[in-house]
Structure formats: C-alpha cells, structure tokens
Design a protein around this ligand. Structure first.
Ligand SMILES: CC(C)(COP(=O)(O)OP(=O)(O)OC[C@H]1O[C@@H](n2cnc3c(N)ncnc32)[C@H](O)[C@@H]1OP(=O)(O)O)[C@@H](O)C(=O)NCCC(=O)NCCS
Length: 162
C-alpha cells in the first residue's frame, strides 16, 4: 500500500504541479481553469482542516486529498473530500488508497457520512471508482457542469454512510 501522510507546507510546489493541469483542463473540477496557485492553495490546503498526500518510493508526491465538513452546523457530521492523482500515476490503485484512507480518517474525526457534491458524469474513471468503493449516486444534476471540451454535462451527487 502506498504511504499516505499529512500535507506539509513544503509539499506545495509538488502538489500544485499535480493540481494545475487538472484544474486547467476544466473537465473534473468546477474551479476556474485560470485559477492562480494561491487560490488553489486556499481551496486545497488552507480552507480544509485536513489535507493528505501519497508518496511514491522516491518521496515524490503522486496524489492528494482534502477532507472538510460539507456543511456548517447541523450538516457538519457529513464530510466532503476532493482527490487528485498525478496523470502518470493513475490506474495503479492510488485513487482507491486515498479514498480508503480518507474514510478511515473521517470516521476517526467523527464524521458519519461522506458526500461528493459534483462528480462530473463524463468522469467515468471517478464514477466507477467511487461506486466500487460503496458510494451511491443519490442525485443527478442536469447540465450542472460546463465541461471545457463537451459543454454542459450532468453532474452526480454521491454519498456513503460511514
Ligand atoms: C479519479 C482519480 C482520482 C482516480 O485515481 P486513480 O489512481 O487512477 O484510481 P485507481 O487506480 O484507484 O482506480 C481507477 C479505476 O477506474 C477504472 N477506469 C480507468 N479508466 C476508466 C474509464 N474510462 N471508465 C471507467 N473506469 C475506468 C480503472 O480500471 C480502476 O478501476 P478497477 O480498480 O475496478 O480496475 C484520478 O483519475 C484523477 O486524479 N483524476 C483527475 C481528477 C479527478 O477526476 N478527481 C476526482 C473528482 S470526483
């Protein structure tokens, strides 16, 4: 199993090199494809209380996730996560390892469920992976995502009780 550890501030340049092409592509996350590094840092590591990274055997960061409450107050027992794996490292189970890890951490932090608010329906790899890991599609938002290549496509709300 790939080592997963808490994010440290010196990880940012490596983590940004994974996030940047994903955000610029505009195919899987809603963030402005022209997002700055500082804004991305705010979203991925400053705002969420927890961010983790996966490292390969050369101590290179190959993936990451953040974990935060999905809603304040009376909705704060449900968490939300975002996941990324470096393009060259995909298809080796790192996404699955990150998601497993996030569920263990979420339970330990007292969260009772995990919700993904906007899984782009054309992101077949992610939809397949989350379903395999026990997440259910609880809603389909028609044309809710403006995909950079395909235009308006559906987005899925996915949910798992922990
Ligand atoms: C989604 C993401 C995190 C998955 O990471 P990963 O390390 O490739 O995931 P894994 O290797 O653990 O699993 C990928 C699964 O998708 C499957 N898969 C790959 N391409 C696929 C496709 N086009 N359609 C359906 N399934 C596909 C793989 O076979 C594997 O499933 P399996 O274990 O049943 O064989 C990664 O692709 C990524 O960072 N994508 C860009 C950002 C993103 O989409 N984040 C999630 C937003 S909801």
């Amino acid at each position: 199993m790939i080592p997963i550890r808490a994010y440290r501030s010196q990880d940012w340049p490596q983590l940004w090199s994974i996030l940047e092409p994903i955000f610029r592509a505009g195919e899987t996350y809603v963030f402005d494809p022209d997002i700055s590094a500082a804004e991305a840092q705010g979203i991925w590591v400053d705002t969420p209380p927890l961010t983790f990274v996966a490292e390969d055997s050369h101590a290179q960061i190959v993936g990451s996730y953040y974990l935060k409450p999905n809603q304040p107050g009376l909705g704060s027992h449900v968490c939300n996560c975002g996941y990324v794996v470096a393009e060259a490292a995909r298809g080796q189970g790192i996404g699955a390892a990150l998601c497993h890890h996030s569920q263990v951490i979420a339970r330990a932090e007292g969260f009772r469920a995990m919700q993904f608010n906007l899984v782009v329906a054309t992101n077949h790899r992610a939809v397949h992976l989350w379903q395999k890991l026990g997440f259910e599609v609880v809603g389909r938002l028609p044309a809710a995502f403006n995909h950079r290549r395909y235009g308006y496509v559906d987005a899925l709300v996915m949910y798992k009780s922990l």
